[in-house]
Design a protein around this ligand. Sequence first.
Ligand code: NI
Length: 250
Amino acid sequence: MLIDSHCHVLKSEYENPEVVIKKALASGVNKIIINGYDLQSSFEAVNLANKYENVYACVGIGPQNISDFNDDVYQKIKILASRRKVVAIGEIGLDYYWTKENKDSQILVFKKMLGIAKENNLPVIVHCRKAFLDTYNLLKEYNSSGIIHCYSGSLEMASEFIKLGFLLGIGGIVTFKNAKEIKEVVREVNISNLSLETDSPYLSPEPFRGKVNVPDNVILVAKEISKIKGLSLQEVISETGKAVCGKFDL
Ligand code: NI
């Protein structure tokens, strides 16, 4: 089962997201998980998921979209979280790479989102950049599980997240020549702890680096992982697919 476990196929990113979805499903991607990052994109993700059997939605407020957060937004995300095709709260998390100045507000919103996940018994899809310790401690505190999207940390931290019950989301970066650390993580970690993702429209894999990404390219991530780990492509697709289906009850 070939699954793109993290993308943003949304109107704010593409002229016609439904064309992108249909093309991906026709080209062999079996399931697509669309992640919101603010209220509007979360609504849109749910609407798209309702239209296509093999499209699922995640709803939440990401660390780069916390400035509009208030109680009204919180209540609306809470309602969205209970909708039928919503499989996780995401993309949520902490990003100290762009700015550390609003660290406290980032943590506050992240906690609210982890709370919604817990109340609804849902996994989370986590964005974590230069904030591994705080992210780890909060995920542990809330007893969360899910995916660390676009994993970019050390091998040591990777095994800590895996012990908590998280999959590591691997995307286009793994195909970049200079991505030594993530290639090492992929080599060392068991295939059943990885999920495939594109983060479309961002982070296109080679040979499309720098271009607009689409979920179809998830196969290129699978091929690179198969090369690094010395596993057959079929094995990479079926093991990661099984892990994601299990985690998100697909
Ligand atoms: Ni993303």
